[in-house]
Design a protein around this ligand. Structure first.
Ligand code: SAM
Length: 292
């Protein structure tokens, strides 16, 4: 029987012994509640059939639980000061590899090929650094690897954007980019008191699972993504305004835009936030058919 890394007393002991000081700019809020960690691992459906990438292991609070449930764990940590700490706390877990890396710059396919056997489900399970939640999510879903499951803790405000419906204030290019590729569900919410130091926002665990059948057929993913991002570039302006900024304001382009919008029965004066994902997909196809 051992005491979990995440208990408040053991976390405190480890941090003190290593003289560790939190860096706010790296989003360092460590979980000190083993019950919450158990629920995160369960929300990810973690089993011996899984190879797991963890982003930002900290001192290994979550990594320990992943090591006990998964086949292999690859943990990417940007802060070099945590490497000696992790070498110590992860010593009992031979199935954990820690790599010093910035997840946003990491070559994920290369790391996966190097550390995993390709015979297991590929998952990401992490308590994200909140200052880069959105870039990390986009990096994961746009990576040239498909994750079977992504279970991540984030600020509740971003979880609300991921689960938003059209015509709500939280609905935008992040909602569409993620929902188009994955099923999204909030597993549970976590109070700020579960962390040291306590962050100044509440948190949610979001579970993203690979869609077995696509929500909509998209023939050109890059063109679709460009259209969605461009449509929301100036949120308060009309779709027409955003589309002419994106494609051009000359008469020939305007005629093509009008024809495409007409074909999918979308009014140019609409706001992007009123369009559903299937409507954006239809518009992307119509624009392509009109040579845009
Ligand atoms: N997993 C630990 C836990 O649950 O207690 C720590 C989570 S803490 C919210 C976020 C962690 O991500 C920190 O350890 C931080 O140093 C690390 N981090 C911050 N930016 C990173 C980046 N760009 N790439 C990899 N790790 C990063």
């Amino acid at each position: 029987e051992h005491e979990y890394i995440a208990t408040p007393s053991r976390t405190k002991e480890i941090l003190q012994r290593h003289g560790f000081r939190f860096k706010k700019r790296l989003g360092q809020n460590f979980l000190t509640n083993p019950k919450v960690l158990q629920r995160i691992v369960a929300a990810g459906g973690t089993s011996a059939a899984d190879d797991v990438i963890e982003i930002g292991p900290g001192i290994g609070a979550l990594t320990e639980f992943l090591a006990e449930s998964a086949h292999q764990v690859l943990a990417l940590e940007i802060d070099p000061r945590l490497l000696p700490v992790l070498a110590e706390t992860m010593a009992p877990y031979p199935n954990v590899s820690v790599v010093e890396a910035d997840v946003l710059k990491a070559d994920l396919p290369g790391l996966i090929a190097e550390h995993f056997d390709g015979q297991h489900q590929l998952k990401v399970i992490a308590n994200l650094p909140y200052y880069i939640t959105t870039p990390i999510l986009m990096h994961l879903i746009e990576a040239p690897v498909t994750f079977d499951d992504i279970t991540v803790m984030m600020q509740k405000e971003v979880a609300d954007r991921l689960t938003a419906a059209p015509s709500s204030k939280d609905y935008g290019s992040l909602t569409i980019g993620v929902q188009q590729r994955m099923n999204v569900e909030v597993a549970f919410t976590v109070s700020r008191t579960a962390f040291v130091p306590a962050p100044n926002v509440d948190s949610a665990i979001v579970n993203l699972t690979k869609r077995t059948t696509p929500l909509v057929e998209i023939s050109d993913q890059a063109a679709f993504d460009r259209l969605v991002k461009g449509s929301f570039a100036a949120r308060r302006k009309t779709l027409w305004n955003n589309l002419t900024n994106l494609f051009g304001k000359d008469d020939a382009t305007k005629a093509k835009l009008t024809s495409a919008l007409d074909a999918v029965q979308v009014t140019p004066s609409a706001r992007a936030e009123t369009l559903s994902i299937p409507q954006f997909a239809a518009l992307a196809e119509a624009l392509k058919a009109n040579g845009l």
